[in-house]
Design a protein around this ligand. Structure first.
Ligand SMILES: C[S@@+](CC[C@H](N)C(=O)[O-])C[C@H]1O[C@@H](n2cnc3c(N)ncnc32)[C@H](O)[C@@H]1O
Length: 273
């Protein structure tokens, strides 16, 4: 019992670390990405496992529910690790991120891939989704005018507040139109912040450095499960096609030979008329 409570002695350190994070979330994300020196299994980005294993687990559902003839927009693409993998399944994959530094890194990590492009945009801003379909068409991204695009979101909604999630969902609607589908996968950890960081290998003595970097610089993540999905994508505006549990893979933290897993939630949705 006492041993289980011992981890709460981490709280002062966690508070000190997170106190330095910029209050403006967009500034925080861009500063974070500007400090990233490397990505993948041994890099600085907690949620980039450097492996395609998580994506392989999504492929059957993407094939089942999403039109492979439409392009896909990866919202909150970060360094583009999933955008590049999506490009193998759709005529074009466009990554969009609020951070210019993230997009710069994504572009350089994607060099040589013809059907991948990136845009810097705050996807919670009014009308942020409006022009993307047309931009995709001009890039030769497949699809007829107004046909819509699929949307992929991984690990983004759980870092947004309720109002921002709702605004993002409305922009997603402008992208999908009636033909595109949404696939989202988010962390849905059922515990408090101390339990969360302990799950990812933090102890009283040490915190894995990519985790420490995230705590130091980024907004505190929340959880995104069925309840949060039904608030952000209300039933009157969205049809839920499938949902369920999944696992979000991080870079190896507790064992250098394998990714760590965060309990997560996936959903497939389409806009109602
Ligand atoms: C946890 S990372 C996930 C990155 C990527 N989806 C992945 O799984 O590798 C969250 C990403 O969302 C981006 N982001 C946060 N708020 C955003 C917004 N309002 N519009 C677009 N991107 C945003 C951040 O810059 C960051 O790259």
């Amino acid at each position: 019992m006492l041993a289980a409570l011992k981890k709460y002695l981490m709280i002062p350190r966690l508070v000190r670390l997170s106190a330095g994070a910029p209050r403006d979330h967009h500034v925080a994300w861009d500063l974070f990405w500007s400090s990233v020196k490397s990505t993948g299994a041994t890099g600085d980005v907690l949620w980039d496992s450097g492996s395609d294993h998580e994506m392989q687990g999504y492929v059957d559902r993407l094939r089942l529910h999403l039109d492979p003839g439409l392009p896909v927009v990866d919202i909150g693409c970060g360094n583009g690790s999933f955008t590049r993998q999506l490009a193998a399944h759709f005529p074009h994959a466009m990554g969009v991120d609020v951070s210019a530094h993230a997009v710069r890194r994504a572009v350089s990590e994607s060099s040589g891939l013809a059907n991948v492009s990136y845009v810097v945009r705050d996807m919670t801003a009014p009308d942020a989704g409006g022009g993307l379909g047309e931009e995709l068409r001009l890039l030769g991204g497949g699809g007829r005018a107004g046909a819509g695009a699929n949307v992929f979101i991984r690990g983004v909604l759980h870092v947004l507040g309720e109002r921002e999630r709702h605004a993002l969902a409305e922009n997603v609607r402008a992208i999908t139109g009636m033909n595109g589908r949404v696939f989202l996968a988010e962390t849905d950890f059922q515990g408090n912040a101390v339990e969360y960081v302990s799950h990812l290998g933090a102890t009283l003595r040490s915190i894995p450095s990519p985790l420490e970097g995230a705590i130091r610089g980024l907004p505190m993540p929340g959880r995104f499960g069925p309840k949060e999905r039904s608030l952000a994508f209300p039933a009157g505006r969205w049809e839920l096609i499938e949902d369920g549990p999944t696992a979000i893979e991080t870079m190896p933290l507790s064992d250098p030979t394998r990714a760590d897993l965060i309990p997560g939630y996936f959903a497939v949705l389409r806009a109602r008329n």
